[in-house]
Design a protein around this ligand. Structure first.
Ligand SMILES: Nc1ncnc2c1ncn2[C@@H]1O[C@H](COP(=O)(O)OP(=O)(O)OP(=O)(O)O)[C@@H](O)[C@H]1O
Ligand SMILES: [Mg+2]
Length: 350
C-alpha cells in the first residue's frame, strides 16, 4: 500500500457544514414531556474539498453516523446549514424536505458499515445495484440497467456473471464491493462511507480501502470516510477531522495530524496506535480512561475535560474554539501548546 493517498487537486469546496446541530429530543414520564436532547451533532463547521477523502474519526457514540445521515438528509437538522455545490448549482440541503432533497440524492450516496444487513437477502446483486437507477434514472430501460450493473461490478472487482447471484453467496469483502457498486450507480460526486471496513476481517480491510482509493482517483469522487479507528483512515484520507461528543476537536492534513497531533483527544487516539517513529515512542504513552459522557448531559465548557489529562479549571467555563495550529490545521484546545509541560506539572504534583 502506498503511503499517501492521491492529493486533492484543488481546494474547491463541495460541501460546507455551518454550525450544524442534530439533536434528538427525549421524552419521558407519563405525560411524555420533553426532558432533554441527545446532542449527537452539536455545532460542527467544516469544509469538504472537491476530490478529497476526508476521514472523520472518534469513539463510538460521538456522532459520526449522525453527521453522515444529516448530509444525506436522513435525519432532521436542528440548526445550521449544509451547503452543497451540486451539478445543478449551489444548494442549501438542511432546509429541504424529502421531496425537494431527492434530485440531489443521486449526487450524494452512502456506503454502510455492515455489508451483511445493508443488502436485502431476497434481491439478486443485479436488483440491489440497479435500485438507485430505478429511482434516479427512470429513463434507462432494463437492458441499459443490466449493462450499467455489469460495468459497475467490474469497476469494484467483481465478475459480471455474479449479477445473478444473491448476497449470501458472497464473503464480507465481496458484499462490501456490492454495496460500493450500488453507491456508484448514479455517478455520485460525494460518497459518505460510514465505517465501510469495520465489519470486515483485518486481512480484507486493506483490499476494500485500496479499492476505494482507486475509485476516488478514477472517478474523481469526494469521500467522507467515517471510522472509529484513526489508523484506518491514515492511508485513505487526505485530511482528518476528529470528533468528540458532537464537536470537532481537530482538523488537518493526515500527515500533520499523525506527526503533530495537537488536541489531547487526538493524542489519546494516536497513542493507542503502534507507531514506528522512535521519537514518539519515547514520549510517555497514556491511555484514555473512562467512557464518553452521555450526549444528553454534556459537560459544561469543553466536552473532553472530564477525561482530559491536562484539564484546567477554566475548561469547565467556556467551550474552546478552533484555533489555527499551522496552515490548514486547527485544534480546539487553548492549552494544547503546553501539553507536555502541564502533564509533567500534574504528575509532579500528584
Ligand atoms: N435516531 C436517534 N434517536 C435518538 N438518539 C440517537 C439517534 N441516532 C443516534 N442517536 C444517539 O446519538 C449519539 C451519536 O450516535 P451516532 O450513531 O451518530 O454515533 P457514532 O459516532 O456513529 O457511533 P458508532 O461508532 O457507535 O457508530 C449516540 O448517543 C446515539 O445513541
Ligand atoms: Mg456510527
Amino acid at each position: 500500500m502506498n503511503d499517501s493517498p492521491t492529493p486533492s487537486r484543488n481546494e474547491e469546496t463541495i460541501l460546507e457544514l455551518e454550525d450544524l446541530r442534530v439533536w434528538f429530543p427525549v421524552h419521558g414520564g407519563i405525560l411524555s414531556r420533553h426532558v432533554g436532547d441527545v446532542k449527537a451533532v452539536d455545532g460542527i463547521s467544516l469544509k469538504v474539498h472537491a476530490g478529497e477523502t476526508l476521514g472523520v474519526v472518534g469513539e463510538s457514540g460521538c456522532g459520526k453516523s449522525t453527521l453522515g445521515k444529516a448530509i444525506m438528509g436522513l435525519v432532521p437538522v436542528t440548526s445550521g446549514k449544509i451547503h452543497f455545490a451540486s451539478e445543478r448549482g449551489k444548494v442549501e440541503l438542511s432546509g429541504l424536505g424529502r421531496r425537494d432533497y431527492r434530485p440531489y440524492r443521486s449526487e450524494i450516496q452512502m456506503v454502510y458499515q455492515d455489508p451483511f444487513s445493508s443488502l436485502n437477502p431476497r434481491l439478486s446483486v443485479q436488483e440491489i445495484v440497479e435500485e438507485p437507477l430505478r429511482v434516479h434514472q427512470k429513463q434507462l430501460d432494463a437492458e441499459q440497467r443490466r449493462i450499467r450493473v455489469e460495468e459497475l461490478l467490474e469497476k469494484v472487482g467483481l465478475r459480471r456473471e455474479q449479477a445473478e447471484r444473491y448476497p449470501h453467496e458472497f464473503s464480507g469483502g465481496q458484499r462490501q464491493r456490492i454495496g460500493i457498486a450500488r453507491s456508484l450507480a448514479t455517478n455520485p460526486r460525494v460518497i459518505i462511507a460510514d465505517e465501510p471496513v469495520s465489519a470486515l476481517d483485518v486481512s480484507i480491510q486493506a483490499q476494500v480501502i485500496n479499492l476505494m482509493r482507486e475509485l476516488q482517483r478514477d472517478l474523481d469522487l469526494t469521500i467522507v470516510f467515517i471510522a472509529h479507528d484513526i489508523s484506518v483512515v491514515q492511508h485513505v484520507s487526505n485530511r482528518v477531522a476528529v470528533m468528540y461528543l458532537g464537536n470537532l476537536v481537530e482538523v488537518g492534513r493526515t500527515k500533520e495530524i499523525f506527526a503533530q497531533p495537537t488536541h489531547p483527544y487526538t493524542r489519546a487516539l494516536l497513542s493507542a496506535v503502534p507507531r514506528p517513529d522512535p521519537e514518539l515512542k519515547r514520549k510517555k504513552r497514556w491511555v484514555l480512561e473512562g467512557d464518553v459522557p452521555s450526549p444528553m448531559a454534556k459537560p459544561s465548557g469543553c466536552g473532553f475535560r472530564t477525561r482530559c489529562p491536562i484539564a484546567q479549571e477554566s475548561c469547565s467555563q467556556e467551550a474552546p474554539l478552533m484555533e489555527t495550529v499551522s496552515e490548514n490545521h486547527w485544534a480546539a484546545c487553548p492549552h494544547a501548546e503546553r501539553f507536555e509541560e502541564i502533564l509533567e506539572e500534574k504528575n509532579a504534583g500528584s
